[in-house]
Design a protein around this ligand. Structure first.
Ligand code: CA
Length: 233
């Protein structure tokens, strides 16, 4: 792009909602591209780079989950915010399992929506990985934060931007119990009590990548009433 405005791709088939979202994002100074289907979204992602993708789950052709999975194959790092139906908890879990970084339940509050967007776009210097080229070892895993890659028992994986942020935080504060609010604020750019499931589901994802037994975690430990602790053992 010719300027430094963050470029957002909005995938939403409900026109009146899409118009409102575009208007508000542009008011905030973002550059927005809007498409109405997952197929069009994938065509865009193949030829352009986006700073954030806002993805509705219910779309006319392939659904948002499938779009998310395919986006991850094309561009593993871009943050993905999913828009899900109100009452379906499974939708949120599925979205996060398919590689989304956060979700918002429709209908959402505009202020909350803009807060999420700005949080996910925020690039502050301190969470950036330390220049450790040789990789970070724990268990059978080796993580390369600078190149967004990891070697695990399951093979090599590409990491998303939010996964790298979270791993950076854990590695920098190894052995410490990190409060939920701190993790949310550092990784997602906001802290709120209302959306704690996002964090838990994200931890589930990391455990699936890195733990020999995800149901009995040794590296990414739950600290009851506080948050999570990373330990190399
Ligand atoms: Ca829809």
């Amino acid at each position: 792009m010719s300027d430094d405005k963050p470029h957002i791709l909005l995938v939403e088939d409900e026109m009146h909602l899409a118009r409102g979202i575009c208007f508000n994002l542009e008011q905030e100074g973002y550059l927005v591209s809007h498409v109405e289907s997952g197929e069009e979204a994938l065509d865009k992602v193949k030829v352009e780079r986006f700073d954030l993708i806002i993805l509705d789950v219910m779309l006319p052709g392939i659904n948002g989950f499938e779009v998310c999975r395919k986006v991850r194959e094309l561009d593993s790092r871009v943050p993905v915010l999913m828009l899900t139906a109100r009452s379906d908890e499974r939708d949120r879990v599925t979205g996060l399992a398919e590689g989304a970084d956060d979700y918002l339940i429709k209908p959402f509050n505009l202020k909350e929506f803009l807060l999420r967007v700005s949080g996910m776009l925020r690039r502050s210097a301190w969470y950036r990985p330390e220049p450790i080229e040789e990789g970070y070892h724990f268990g059978d895993n080796e993580v390369y934060l600078l190149s967004y890659r990891a070697k695990t028992r399951q093979g090599e994986i590409d990491l998303t931007d939010l996964e790298v942020r979270m791993l950076s935080l854990f590695f920098q504060r190894e052995g410490e119990a990190i409060p939920r609010a701190t993790i949310l604020e550092t990784v997602w750019g906001y802290a709120t009590d209302a959306e704690t499931r996002t964090l838990d589901n994200f931890i589930v994802r990391l455990r699936k990548y890195f733990e020999p037994e995800p149901s009995r975690p040794m590296f990414f430990q739950t600290v009851r009433g506080v948050g999570y602790r990373f330990s190399r053992k």
